[in-house]
Every structure is written in structure tokens, then in C-alpha cells.
Write a protein that binds this ligand. Structure first.
Ligand code: ADP
Length: 822
């Protein structure tokens, strides 16, 4: 280690002369014995002497010093060398202490510092000394002293400090109040923050007082005498002191005092614990325990408290009531003794189980003193304190009632089932009734609507007939007007006739009297005929009427009731014409499998979805208001549907409101047996009725035209009448007349009346009834009225020729084919 002497102690030494310490120092002059004994003492005390020449900074010392620091003797001869071994943190205070003494400010130089020892690192030393020699001016020359190893003491000090610190921390942070009193005076020496806070004081107020001056402690140490008790007894404990803090809060504390010595001084340490909450909890616990005991005592359920050996600690009155034993008798028995003999082992197993699982529940049969059995709900619960809480209730009655209830419930269920059945029957009947009532109401309103409609439908043409008949009475009427009025009367009559026909048809349908007259029918011809028939009306409304035929004539001949087919198609076409203002109407058919599917499509007003099903019911019309624009009785579709069903088909429709309606129906495609392979016969040149005088009586101009054309072709002489009255007139006034084709339904005078009248005056005239009437008995009627024969419209010319031939005895050559307008 190199030390620059001057730089370390520039002001501490001031000369160059080295003074050998052992020679110049008076204090070092000792006898040999003294020196030896001092050396021994010094070694034991780990002390070494030194001397410093302040003029040179050289140090001389007893051998001991270097040994103390562990360095070989001869080392550390200069103060700078010594200084360099001092711990850097301690150097300043060493220099300061030395300077203070050399400058005369202190009597002695005393300083504690650390020196780096040769082999034990830094150790603590006390260096103490004073100026030994001064020059004549008082300037210090020799500075002497000793150095002592204080490492052990320093360590002990540090330990003490840290234990004090630990104690202080405990004291400050303790959650019990701690008070240190001077045992002599009773003055408060210390109090921890918790206590000060608990009592509602500040530290200062507290510390200046004697303990009995603190209001809070007055109850404990009411006076000095009581304090003396604390002083004299080493340990005093008050378990529960009710106190009031300076803030008026009532609390309970536990107070313990201990007397002990601290630095030879008697002190009393008091520990004060706030037990208010604990007290409250204890109180609550006791109260609840009391409540529990009362409940147990008075419980209707039997309660035992037993320990794990089965010893009873408690049982209530209900136990004795339920089992019929006195309390003394019960105490003599174990719980298992109350069980059925053969179930005791089971019970013991349950007892084991509760110790393992914590609780059990079982239904157990027990035996009363009188040997009666009782069924019990039996609970056992392992309590936290290791005891077993045992509770049972007698459920014998309950079980009997339950069984009874179950039995009853089964009976009720059975009854319920029966009631449910009855109920559903009732519901069914109700539903039927409701729907019947609904239907009746609906029928009622429909009937009202129907009657209103009928009244309107009949009165309108009636009005026309009666009104214009009246006008016809005017003798000054022009011929043109007369014709016009007659035409109106005819139209009105025909309209009425249609209604009446519909009503007759519907009543026949209602009474199941529809009969079919299956004949060979050329569907193409039938459709063409209808086209011809309805075209004028379509033209009048500016509508296009298209007839679409998908089979050749050969394959369009089928067996069906052609009158019904015409009636169905006519109804549909009439509706199409009625409900269409612009656009077109197309009708026709297609062969689909073994059915002929007919259609009538229009571009008219269409039908809203909700009405599309019900318009097929009788009297149902989309618009039933009085102010409606369309005539009709609401029967056409119902009649058509009934006919179609009878023919073996069905009817349906598709429509979009305002865009039009498409009606479809089908009938079986039964190809005509007699003709389907034969080719359409060639038309013969006609003329087969030459010179035969025939009167055609027909109110319908189209039918009239058709007959006219056919019969003209056969070169017959023709007369025409548009009603029965005219026919009668012509018959009466035309002697050459041989045959009358008599339409049965006509205005002014019908065919039946006219026939009767004609036959009365001209029985020789052959009258052949021609009718489109669907009544099965109109043929009979016609014959009854005097007709010689009957032919159904549309007229089959071959059949007609046959009838004529039969009646006038003149054969005619058959020409086949139905009436056709082409
Ligand atoms: P009617 O035509 O005499 O009223 P229907 O039974 O023929 O009786 O028709 C019933 C109702 O169906 C009609 O009143 C009408 O409201 C509706 N209807 C039938 N055909 C058509 C159609 N082509 N377009 C629109 N509505 C129609």
C-alpha cells in the first residue's frame, strides 16, 4: 500500500524530526514488571498504545498494535499509512475529531471507526488519545493514545438496535392497544397508535398524563389504590370491562397488565383488546343456542342429540310422546332398541354412514312401548362439534292418507279419462252445433240474399214483359216500335225462363233426380254449335270468342249426355261473357289420359282467392249486393258442378283478380262405339224432305236459323213461328201443313198449350216436340199434351228424319251427322 503522507495529513504534523516514542515519552517510562502486566491486560482487553510525532506524522506504537490489526511489526509507521486503512466512510470524522482536539476545542480525541485488518476485513475500533507534549508556545508536539477493538460491542449494539426496531414495529402495528407505564409514578411512557385511536385521543394529550387521569381508565384504575394493585401484582387480567371512549362509544375490553424491568426501571405493560364484536357474536351465539334449545324442547318432531358412541346428550318431550317411554326408560335404551329387531343392523349401518357422509335420511319403522309400529321420516346430521342431531317424525298417518290419496287419484284419473272422453264428445257435438249454427246463419243470410236476388231477377224481366205488353196495346204504335217491344218482351221472357230452368235444375239436384241421357255426341260439333250460338253476343260486346278443338271429328265422338254437356259449357260461356268487358274468351278441350278436359278462359274481372271455392255452392255469388252490375241467380256453377260429378268428372278453376278466370272440367273420354272407326260419312246432296211442309216453332233465333238451314237443305217447305200462338195461327190457316217442330218453352204461348190447341182442330198434323229442357218428364208432358214424338236438342238430323218418316209413313234416306252450322 503506498500512501502519500503529505497529501493525507497535510495539517496534522509540522516538523521533520522523528521522536522515538519509547525514549521521549514520560508516560511510557515504566518498570519492566509494569510493562509486562500492562501488556497482558492490554492483550486481554484487545487494546494497543500508540504515539504520533506531530512534526513528522510518524507513529510509533507498542508491538501490540500491529498484531491487533494483523500486520507485521514495523509496518504502519506513518499516520498516512494508518489513515489509508480507515474505512473511507469514517475518514472525515476521524480527521475532524483529531483536528478539534489539536485545535484545543476538545479535551480528548475519541472516535470510533473501521480499519481494514490484515485478514478479517474491516473491524471496529475505538481510538482515544490526547496531546502529550507541547512546545513552549503551546504548539502540540506529541499526540498519544490507545486503540481498542470494539467489534464485538458494535455487533451487539446493532443487534440491540434491530431488535428494538422490530419491537417498535410490532408495537406500532399491533391490533391490541399497548400502554407502557412508569411503575413508580403511573405516568404514561408510551402508547401505541391503535390504543390512542381506540380511545379517541391524540398522542400528546395522552403522554403527559398519569393513567388514572385518563377518563377511559377510570373504571379500571379508579384511583391510585387500584393502580397499586397493578404495581404490586406481576400479572393482572380483567376479562371483560365495559368502557366508554372519549367519543362516547360504548365498548368492551379485555385488560391485561404485566410488570417488568426495563433498563433497571420498573414498567407496567398494559394490553387492552377491544372485544365488543366478539361479545356481540358470543351473545348472538348464546341467544341462538337458547332459541335452538327452546325450539328443540318444544318441537313436535322427536329430537335426540347424541355423541358418536350413541350416548344421549339431549332428547325432547316429543321423543317420550312418540315412543311412549318415560325419560328414564329412554335413557336406559339405545336408539337401535327402538327399531324392529330384524332392522337393527340396518340402523347401525346408517349410524356409521352419518359419521362418514355427514347426513342421512331414511324411512324407518320404530316400535313404541305398547309394541305398536310407527313409520318415521328419520334424519341424522353430523354437527360441526362432532355430535349427531337426530330427528324423526311420525308419518304413519301421512302414509295412510297418501295411500288413500293415491287410490283416490287413480279413481279420479279413471273418472277423468271418462270425463275427457265425454268432454271430447261434447266438444265434437258442440263443434257440429257451432258449424250447424254457422251454416244455418250463413244459409239464412244466403237465403235472404238469394230471395232478394231472385225477386230482382224475376221482377226485372217481369217488368219488361208487363210494361211493354201494356205499351203494345196502343193502336197507334208504329210497326217498328211494335217489333221492338215484342223483341224486348221475348228477351225478358227468355231471361225468366232461364231462371226458372235453373231453379228446376237445382231442385232436381237437391232431390237427387238428375238422370243422364247418354248419346253419341260429337264434341267438335257441339263446341262449334256453341261458338255459333254465342258469337253474336261476343261481337256485340267487342270480345273475341275462340273455339279450340284438339281432336279430329272422328275422335271427338263420345258417349255422354250431350244436353248436360251443352248446359255446362253454356253456363261457363254465359258467365265468361257476363264478367268480361274487354279481351277474349277461349273455350275448347284437351284429351288427358282417359278424360276430356274442357276449358273456358276469359280475360274478365276474375275472382278473388277466398271466393274461388265457394262460387260452386248454390246461390253463391262474389257480389251479393243489391247494387251489383251482373244479372244471375248464383245457380249456374252449382248446377254445372252437380252435372259434371254425375257425368264422372270434376270442375275447378284458376283466376287472378282483374286478369280473368279459367274454368276447367273433365268428363270421361268414352269414344262412341258405333262410329269411332267409321269415317265421317259423306254428306248426301240433301232434298230428302222435298214437298214436305214443315212449321218450325222456335223462339230462339239461332236455333231457328239452324233448323231452317238444315231443313232447307232437305228441300222441305218451311213455315216459321216464334211462339205457340203464332204456331196455332199458322196451323189453323195452312191446310197443307204436315209437320210441326214444336219447341216446348216459348214466350207468349208455350209448346204444350199450342200443341193441345192445334191437335184439337188439326189432329192429323204431326207435332214433334223439340226441347232442350232437362226434365225427365217433359217428354211425357209433351206426349200428354198431344205431341206425336219428341226429339232432344241439339237435333240429330238423322233421328229427326227417322221420326218424320215414322210419323208420315214416308221413308227418308239417312244422312247422318248432327246439326251443324258449317
Ligand atoms: P250467376 O252467374 O248466375 O251469378 P253462377 O253460379 O254461374 O251464378 O256464378 C256464381 C258467381 O261466380 C257469379 O255470380 C260470379 O260472381 C262468379 N263467376 C262465375 N264465373 C265467373 C267469371 N268467368 N268471371 C268472374 N266471376 C265469375
Amino acid at each position: 500500500m503506498t500512501v502519500n503522507n503529505k497529501s493525507v495529513f497535510p495539517t496534522l504534523y509540522h516538523g521533520a524530526e522523528k521522536i522515538p516514542l519509547n525514549k521521549t515519552s514520560k508516560t511510557m517510562v515504566r518498570s519492566q514488571e509494569d510493562s509486562a502486566s500492562i501488556a497482558l491486560a492490554m492483550e486481554a482487553a484487545k487494546v494497543a498504545w500508540w504515539k504520533m510525532d506531530l512534526s513528522t506524522g510518524n507513529i510509533s506504537y507498542a508491538e501490540r498494535e500491529t498484531e491487533l490489526l494483523g500486520y507485521p511489526s514495523g509496518k504502519l509507521n506513518h499516520c498516512n499509512e494508518f489513515m489509508s486503512l480507515i474505512h473511507p466512510d469514517d475518514r472525515v470524522q476521524v480527521i475532524k475529531a483529531m483536528k478539534n482536539h489539536l485545535d484545543g476545542r476538545t479535551d480528548r480525541y475519541d472516535v470510533e471507526f473501521r480499519i481494514l485488518t490484515k485478514s478479517h476485513g474491516y473491524k471496529w475500533f475505538l481510538n482515544s488519545g490526547s496531546v502529550e507534549t507541547k512546545d513552549k508556545n503551546g504548539k502540540p508536539l506529541i499526540f498519544t493514545g490507545f486503540i481498542i477493538d470494539i467489534t464485538d460491542r458494535k455487533l451487539a449494539d446493532e443487534l440491540l438496535k434491530s431488535s428494538e426496531l422490530r419491537y417498535r414495529r410490532l408495537f406500532e402495528s399491533a391490533k391490541d392497544g399497548i400502554l407502557i407505564l412508569d411503575a413508580e409514578t403511573g405516568m404514561i411512557m408510551d402508547a401505541n397508535p391503535y390504543l390512542i385511536e381506540l380511545l379517541g385521543y391524540t398522542g400528546d394529550q395522552f403522554l403527559e398524563k398519569a393513567i388514572w387521569e385518563i377518563g377511559f381508565f377510570k373504571d379500571i384504575i379508579a384511583n391510585k389504590q387500584k393502580f397499586e394493585e397493578l404495581q404490586q401484582q406481576e400479572y393482572v387480567r380483567y376479562e371483560d370491562l365495559p368502557l366508554e371512549t372519549t367519543r362516547g362509544k360504548k365498548i368492551n375490553v379485555e385488560f391485561v397488565s404485566n410488570v417488568y424491568l426495563e433498563n433497571h426501571k420498573k414498567v407496567i405493560q398494559c394490553n387492552i383488546r377491544d372485544i365488543t364484536l366478539r361479545k356481540k357474536a358470543e351473545l348472538a351465539y348464546h341467544q341462538s343456542e337458547e332459541k335452538f334449545r327452546l325450539i328443540m324442547e318444544n318441537s313436535a318432531d322427536a329430537v335426540f342429540i347424541i355423541d358418536h358412541n350413541g350416548k344421549y346428550l339431549f332428547f325432547n318431550q316429543a321423543v317420550t310422546d312418540m315412543l311412549g317411554y318415560s325419560p328414564e326408560e329412554i335413557k336406559q335404551k339405545s336408539l337401535a332398541d327402538f327399531m324392529l329387531k330384524n332392522k337393527r343392523s340396518n340402523f347401525n349401518a346408517l349410524f356409521e354412514e352419518v359419521l362418514n357422509k355427514g347426513k342421512i335420511y331414511a324411512e324407518i319403522e320404530m316400535i313404541r312401548k305398547n309394541r305398536n309400529r310407527i313409520l318415521t321420516d328419520f334424519y341424522m346430521i353430523l354437527l360441526p362439534n362432532g355430535l349427531i342431531y337426530c330427528m324423526f317424525k311420525n308419518i304413519t298417518m301421512r302414509r295412510e292418507t297418501e295411500l288413500l290419496l293415491k287410490q283416490k287419484s287413480r279413481q279420479f284419473k279413471q273418472q277423468n279419462k271418462e270425463y275427457q272422453q265425454l268432454n271430447s264428445q261434447l266438444i265434437q257435438s258442440n263443434l257440429k252445433l257451432i258449424s250447424a249454427v254457422g251454416k244455418a246463419e250463413e244459409n239464412d243470410s244466403l237465403k235472404t240474399a238469394f230471395l232478394q236476388n231472385m225477386s230482382h231477377e224475376i221482377r226485372t224481366p217481369m217488368n219488361g214483359i208487363l210494361g211493354f205488353s201494356d205499351l203494345l196495346k196502343n193502336p197507334h204504335l208504329s210497326g217498328e216500335d211494335q217489333q221492338k217491344y215484342i223483341r224486348i218482351i221475348e228477351q225478358s221472357g227468355r231471361r225468366m225462363l232461364n231462371i226458372i230452368n235453373d231453379i228446376v235444375d237445382i231442385s232436381k239436384i237437391e232431390t237427387g233426380q238428375i238422370d243422364l241421357f247418354i248419346q253419341d255426341t260429337n264434341v267438335n260439333d257441339l263446341l262449334r254449335h256453341l261458338h255459333t250460338f254465342f258469337e253474336p253476343e261476343a261481337e256485340l260486346k267487342g270480345l273475341e270468342l275462340n273455339c279450340e278443338l284438339s281432336l279430329t271429328n272422328e275422335f271427338s265422338r263420345i258417349e255422354t249426355d250431350n244436353i248436360k254437356l251443352i248446359q255446362i259449357l253454356s253456363n261457363l260461356l254465359k258467365n265468361a261473357l257476363k264478367f268480361t268487358e274487354t279481351g277474349s274468351i277461349s273455350f275448347g278441350y284437351n284429351l288427358r289420359k282417359n278424360m276430356l278436359e274442357f276449358y273456358v278462359k276469359d280475360t274478365g274481372i276474375g275472382i278473388k282467392p277466398e271466393m274461388q271455392e265457394i262460387i260452386f255452392d248454390r246461390f253463391r255469388q262474389v257480389d251479393i249486393s243489391i247494387a251489383r252490375n251482373y244479372e244471375g241467380a248464383g245457380l249456374g256453377l252449382a248446377i254445372s258442378k252437380a252435372f259434371i260429378l254425375k257425368l264422372g268428372g270434376k270442375i275447378w278453376m284458376k283466376s287472378e283478380l282483374s286478369k280473368g278466370a279459367n274454368f276447367y272440367f273433365n268428363i270421361p273420354y268414352r269414344i262412341s262405339k258405333s262410329n269411332h272407326v267409321s269415317k265421317k260419312p259423306e254428306r248426301l246432296p240433301g232434298g230428302r224432305l222435298q214437298n214436305i211442309n214443315i212449321l218450325i216453332t222456335e223462339d230462339d233465333s239461332t236455333s231457328m236459323l239452324l233448323l231452317k238451314k238444315v231443313l232447307e237443305f232437305e228441300k222441305a217447305n218451311l213455315f216459321f213461328a216464334s211462339n205457340g200462338q203464332e204456331a196455332f195461327k199458322i196451323a189453323r190457316t195452312t191446310p197443307e201443313l204436315q209437320i210441326i217442330l214444336m219447341d216446348l218453352k216459348m214466350p207468349v204461348m208455350d209448346g204444350y198449350t199450342a200443341t193441345q190447341m192445334i191437335k184439337r182442330i188439326k189432329p192429323e198434323i204431326t207435332i214433334i216436340a223439340q226441347s232442350a229442357c232437362a226434365f225427365s218428364n217433359d217428354q211425357d208432358e209433351a206426349i200428354k199434351s198431344g205431341c206425336d214424338d219428341y226429339i232432344r236438342k241439339p237435333i240429330n238430323i238423322e233421328m229427326l228424319l227417322e221420326i218424320i218418316h215414322k210419323n208420315i209413313g214416308k221413308p227418308v234416306t239417312p244422312i247422318g251427322s248432327m246439326i251443324s252450322d258449317d
